[in-house]
Design a protein around this ligand. Structure first.
Ligand code: SF4
Ligand code: SF4
Length: 319
């Protein structure tokens, strides 16, 4: 059984939930971004996907893990209750990939507390962006990972339940029951076929990596805006007396030259071609070898945000 809610009632519900949760939703500033809202009137749902992904709400770009003073240590886990509203299916699928990294083999308590305290209200897409290729990877639709899933109709939204947390949000004064099952008819222009991806198996030494790397600036924009890239570095900041200080975590990128520098100064991926190749193999082969699913969810951000428009789908097609 699904539910139906009118748009104005959905916004009424969000305003009510704001009393108990921090509600983070898409708003239009210079660009569309997910930000904490003061009122549901700020929400702008006229977006395809946002430039910045949602990972920062679970893995902040820069953040303190703990600080110490003498023998007293304070960890900075978060217990803030949040609702992330209007999350696109590719971004929900991206969080399921991040869970593999941060909850599977090694449990990251900082990530875990944020995940456990966040309710995800997902929103199906009706129009793909120019660089989306989620339909090739099956990440444009959801059967798990959300608490509520909304699909827009002319009259309002069909609402599917994904969890007990989602069920508790169903206020019977605002929702009505419906037998309607939403249909997802998304068609992306950009495609990535299985045979394109399979070419990676025999292309490690192909000259294309060197050619493509000629256009790569090693800026890291592709990985910073990728919803599934989760690499970070640890930075310790001791105070001058060394009996106090903090340990901090910051995002980093495999596209940066110093990413693989080890003690003694050796860099394992000294040249841009090796770094570009590593990113694409990691997204489409290495992660799958380890976890059984592609790391890439086809959101297209790495293409859109690359200053020289390096496009992994085109690279694979040219192999
Ligand atoms: S590799 Fe590119 S298309 Fe794939 S998830 Fe990351 S940003 Fe999106
Ligand atoms: S965004 Fe483009 S130019 Fe920058 S590191 Fe990535 S592939 Fe290279």
């Amino acid at each position: 059984m699904n539910y139906f809610i009118k748009k104005r009632d959905l916004f009424k519900l969000l305003d009510k939930l704001k009393k108990s949760y921090e509600v983070i939703a898409p708003v239009k500033r210079d660009i569309h971004r997910y930000e904490p809202i003061k009122s549901a009137d700020e929400i702008d749902l006229n977006f395809i996907n946002t430039t910045y992904p949602l990972k920062k709400w679970f893995l902040p770009a820069k953040g303190e893990l703990f600080n110490f003073s003498g023998s007293k240590i304070s960890a900075k886990t978060s217990s803030k209750k949040r609702i992330l509203f209007a999350v696109r299916p590719c971004d929900v699928n991206a969080l399921l990939r991040m869970d593999k990294l941060f909850l599977d083999e090694y449990v990251d308590s900082y990530y875990k507390s944020r995940r456990q305290n966040t309710i995800l209200i997902a929103l199906n897409c009706s129009i793909p962006g120019d660089n989306c290729f989620c339909t090739s990877l099956g990440t444009h639709k959801l059967d798990k990972g959300f608490d509520l899933l909304l699909t827009e109709t002319k009259a309002g939204y069909i609402v599917q339940l994904g969890s007990e947390k989602g069920r508790k949000l169903i206020d019977t004064k605002l929702f009505t029951k419906t037998t309607k099952i939403p249909e997802i008819k998304l068609k992306c222009n950009k495609k990535l076929t299985k045979s394109d991806v399979l070419k990676l198996k025999v292309s490690f030494y192909h000259s294309i990596w060197k050619d493509e790397a000629e256009n790569c600036l090693s800026c890291g924009a592709c990985t910073m805006t990728c919803p599934t890239c989760g690499c970070f570095r640890i930075v310790d900041s001791p105070c001058i007396t060394i009996n106090c200080g903090s340990r901090n975590r910051e995002w980093t990128s495999c596209q940066l030259k110093n990413f693989t520098v080890v003690a003694g100064g050796h860099s394992f991926r000294e040249d841009r071609a090796a770094r570009l190749k590593n990113r694409i193999y990691h997204q489409l082969e290495y992660f799958k070898d380890k976890f059984g699913i592609n790391m890439c969810v086809g959101c297209g951000r790495c293409i859109t945000n690359c200053p020289t428009k390096i496009d992994m789908t085109q690279i694979l097609k040219s192999l």
